[in-house]
Design a protein. Structure first.
Length: 199
């Protein structure tokens, strides 16, 4: 069984035609197309020695390809490029037949998390050990996450580190303690002085 195709595929046939007759071609989403009557003339020879040809057609279907789309139902239209003749196999649907087709969900896409760290919280100025106190800082995200995307790696939230060790803090009663160490108790003579009587 021989067919009348000049080209192995429909896309190659249209591509070859558009090189010579670009004014009859249109481009949608990177795919070239021509009017249906032109398709019939460029896809098949006029040589009638081949007496059988199958129908050429298919659904005009464009499922969403954007990131993170959920499963959707779209309407697809069947287009007949060339009718069967000479006893060839007929198309399963007539030209213009419509049916609903389920498009699968698409995976979300990764995006960079842009932003910067805030300043560190304050540490005590004295009286700390290497693990007694911590300070923290917070991440500020400046980028906006588009629908269908996720941050990879995930945005941080907070960061923590230990405060450096510091000498003990001076006592609040240090001055009084110093006086206590310097001023010693003074013993007071408590024996009364006897008075003398002059005769």
């Amino acid at each position: 069984m021989s067919t009348c195709h000049k080209y192995p595929t429909k896309a190659q046939a249209i591509e070859g035609f558009c090189k010579d007759f670009s004014e009859l071609c249109s481009v949608s989403d990177g795919v070239k197309s021509v009017p249906s009557d032109v398709e019939k003339s460029i896809l098949f020879d006029t040589d009638t020695t081949n007496d059988e040809n199958h129908c050429d057609g298919g659904f005009d279907l464009a499922c969403p390809t954007a990131c993170g789309n959920s499963e959707t139902t779209v309407k697809a239209t069947y287009r007949v490029v060339a009718d069967a003749f000479g006893g060839g196999e007929e198309c399963p649907y007539h030209d213009g037949f419509e049916m609903e087709i389920t498009c699968p969900a698409t995976d979300p896409c990764p995006a960079d998390c842009e932003g910067s760290w805030g300043g560190w919280s304050a540490c005590p100025t004295c009286g700390t050990t290497p693990s007694s106190h911590t300070q923290t800082r917070t991440w500020n995200t400046s980028s906006t996450l588009p629908s269908g995307y996720y941050y990879s790696p995930a945005c941080p939230t907070t960061d923590t580190r230990n405060c450096p060790a510091k000498d003990p803090c001076p006592s609040s009663s240090g001055f009084e303690n110093t006086l206590d160490n310097i001023v010693k108790p003074i013993s007071i003579i408590t024996n009364p002085v006897k008075s003398c009587t002059i005769m």
